[in-house]
Structures are given as structure tokens and as C-alpha cells.
Design a protein around this ligand. Structure first.
Ligand code: ARG
Length: 398
């Protein structure tokens, strides 16, 4: 049997190599997909080969990740349970699709991944693989084997695997869009995440005592520039992760509902994602009418849930994205944010074709809004409530 394994280079996927060989007598091909994680990919390749992989593939998918996953997420203001910008959830279908490509090209019988049976990642991998290549078998060694982290380390040592056993006590999944940090003391929802867990975000107490002004330009819902200069979205994300983090902004700490029914405490850092979504949302408020805004909020909720739960390739996603794209036609303009010691505040916005009209909104003299028309409108607006009160006064109930 020939297996293509989605290989991150971490403990789970490294022990999977000898396990697949021992259990299935498999020929293991490893595939590492670069979605912006900071990793020495040469070391990752060496680790895979020395653990017993017969071949290793490296695929740089950063631009594809930005263009086809991060962009739609910004347009959708994608935040699962209003908090999590979905970094891990977005990268999974992309990684899975790259591994499937290799598996089909190399004539594999199966695809393997290192997901456990307790998380969302298995759903994202399994669904994507089954959609793209229904004939490939799916093997998830960690889920099948059911080992604790300590037992895995034990096994890795017994097989002489070259891993850094002194590694961070946290389990980290990183890409351009977010860093998910799990395990150790973070499993106690009361324990404050230590700043050493973060790569970008510093303790706001020690952040520079100065306001950082960010002007973000958008074109049809997509960020295209920073502080007056054009910038690719990829550069922008990288830059904002650094700038936001330096000012102490960008941590998410919440209780999350996993698709498998488990409530878990999740900690992320995602300065760029939070800043861009905040700015984008603000620009939408001045460019979309109220009905579109309130309906889009429902669509955003469903969009985020679908992505989180592994349905990236479901036809509903295509339909939701088509709706969202239509709403972005006028979302062009600039948003100014101020960062200061852990906070990020929108302080101004300007749009190419705004719906906001100073002429109508102003309280100063010269407004074109006909105040007198307000009297009749107001009377009818409250009519239902006034009639109900009349009945109540007569002693009848609600
Ligand atoms: N809770 C997040 C999600 O489901 C993060 C998962 C992190 N995954 C990981 N393998 N460490 O998207």
C-alpha cells in the first residue's frame, strides 16, 4: 500500500510514519504544505525521511491561501462564534487538496493525516479528501491508535525519531492568518495565557507608549494598501501581524464549541486578521444599506460555521460566496485605525461611493432632510405600541 501523509513535522505526524509502515506495511510519501507557518522546511524534510518516508514533497501554497481563503474570509467578516478568524479551519481544506493532488499523481491508495478524533480538523480533512477523491482510503493514525501525548513521545523515542522533545509545552498550529495555541495550562479556562505562548503579541503593559496610526485601503472588499502605499494582501497580513502584535493587540481567548460537541478553551493570536476584519466591517457600514447589512450578518454567521465545521467544498459555500461578492461592489475606501497598548480603534473612514450623506445627516442648518415629515412618520411608527397600551389601561392583559 502507498500512502500520502499530510506532514507538518510535529510529533503527531512524525510518529505516524513508522506506525503506517508497521501497521499497514505502507510505503509512506510525506507532503508538507506551506501556508505561512514559521518552520525550517529543510529540517522538516530531513525529519520525514529519517523517520522512514520514501519520498517528500514540499508545496508553497501561501499565495493560494491568501487569494482563495483569506480574501473570502475578510469579505465575509469570518469570525466563528464572533471571535475566531478561522485560521486553522481555512488552511485544512487547502492542505488536504494539495495532499490529494500528490496522492493521485503518485498512484497512492490512501491519504493519511495526523488529526485526533476529538477535534474539528478530522472533519475538514476527511470531508475535503472524500469530495476530491472518493476512492482514496483515509487513515488517521492518531485517531485510530488513541495514544496520549506522553505515550506518543515514548513510542517516538523507542523508534529513535529525531524530534525536539524539549519543544514548547503548547500545541501550536500556525499559518498566515492565525496561530492556534493549545494544551498545557491553557486547558484550565481560568488560567491566563502567558505571553511566552505568543509570537507576535506582547504584553500591552510593556508596549510602546505611542499611538500607531494605520490607514488601510480596500478595493471591492479586499485590502490593497497600507498607509498610502499599495501592498499585496500577503505583505499586508504579515505587516499587520507585526504592527498589531507590537502594540499588544491581537489575542483571542474564548470558550469554543467544537463540532464534535466538546466545549474547549481556545487561545489564538491573530493581529492582522482582527484588524482587517474590523476595518472591513467598518467600511461596509458606510457603503452597504441597512437591509443588506443585517442580512449579510446572517450570511456571515452561516459562512463561518460552515468553514469551521469542514464544509469548505459544500455547494452552499459557493452560493454564500456569490452573495457576499455581490455585496462588495462598492466596498472601496480607506479606514483609519489607531493602535495603542492593546486596543485598536477605528477613528475614521472614507469611501469612494458612500451611502452616508452629510447633507442629509447634519444637525446644522441647511440639511435637506424634511424634518416636518418626521411627525407623521413618528406617529405611525409607534401606533402598534400605543394601541396595545390603550388595551392595557382598560385592564385587559397583553
Ligand atoms: N480550535 C481551532 C479550530 O478548530 C484550532 C485547532 C488547532 N488545531 C491544532 N491541530 N492544534 O480551528
Amino acid at each position: 500500500m502507498k500512502v500520502a501523509l499530510a506532514y507538518s513535522g510535529g510529533l503527531d505526524t512524525t510518529v505516524s510514519i513508522p506506525w503506517l509502515k508497521e501497521k499497514y506495511g505502507a510505503d509512506v510519501i510525506t507532503v508538507t504544505v506551506d501556508v505561512g507557518q514559521s518552520e525550517d522546511f529543510r529540517e522538516v524534510e530531513e525529519r520525514a525521511l529519517s523517520a522512514g518516508a520514501s519520498k517528500h514533497f514540499f508545496i508553497d501554497a501561501k499565495d493560494e491561501f491568501v487569494r482563495h481563503y483569506i480574501e473570502p474570509c475578510i469579505k465575509a467578516n469570518g469570525l466563528y462564534e464572533d471571535e475566531y478568524p478561522l485560521g486553522t479551519a481555512l488552511a485544512r481544506p487547502l492542505i488536504a487538496s494539495k495532499v490529494v493532488e500528490v496522492a493521485l499523481r503518485e498512484g497512492c491508495d490512501a491519504v493519511a493525516h495526523g488529526c485526533t478524533g476529538k477535534g474539528n480538523d478530522q472533519l475538514r480533512f476527511d470531508t475535503t479528501i472524500s469530495v476530491l477523491a472518493p476512492d482514496l482510503k483515509i487513515i488517521a493514525p492518531i485517531r485510530e491508535w488513541d495514544l496520549s501525548r506522553d505515550e506518543e513521545i515514548e513510542y517516538a523515542k523507542s523508534r529513535g525519531l529525531k524530534l525536539d522533545y524539549r519543544q514548547s509545552r503548547f500545541s501550536i498550529d500556525e499559518n498566515l492568518w492565525s496561530r492556534s495555541i493549545e494544551a498545557a495550562e491553557l486547558e484550565d479556562p481560568w488560567a491566563k495565557p502567558p505571553y511566552e505562548a505568543f509570537k507576535y503579541v506582547v504584553d500591552p503593559v510593556g508596549a510602546p507608549d505611542r499611538v500607531e496610526v494605520l490607514d488601510i485601503d480596500f478595493e471591492r472588499g479586499v485590502p490593497v494598501g497600507l498607509n498610502g502605499s499599495d501592498m499585496s494582501l500577503r505583505e499586508l497580513v504579515q505587516e499587520l501581524n507585526v504592527l498589531g502584535g507590537k502594540s499588544g493587540f491581537g489575542v483571542i481567548d474564548h470558550i469554543e464549541d467544537r463540532a464534535v460537541g466538546i466545549k474547549s478553551r481556545e487561545v489564538y493570536e491573530a493581529p492582522a486578521a482582527l484588524l482587517l476584519i474590523k476595518a472591513h466591517k467598518d467600511l461596509e457600514k458606510i457603503t452597504l444599506n441597512s437591509k443588506t447589512l443585517s442580512f449579510k450578518a446572517l450570511v456571515e454567521r452561516v459562512w463561518s460555521q460552515m468553514v469551521y465545521q469542514g464544509f469548505w467544498l459544500d455547494p452552499l459555500m459557493e452560493a454564500l460566496n456569490a452573495f457576499i461578492d455581490k455585496t462588495q461592489e462598492n466596498v472601496t475606501g480607506r479606514v483609519r485605525l489607531e493602535l495603542y497598548k492593546g486596543s485598536a480603534r477605528v477613528v475614521g473612514r472614507v469611501a469612494e461611493n458612500p451611502l452616508y450623506s452629510h447633507e442629509i445627516a447634519t444637525y446644522a442648518r441647511g440639511s435637506v432632510f424634511q424634518q416636518k415629515a418626521g411627525e407623521g412618520f413618528s406617529k405611525i411608527w409607534g401606533l402598534d405600541t400605543v394601541i396595545s397600551a390603550r388595551r392595557r389601561r382598560k385592564g385587559k392583559t397583553v
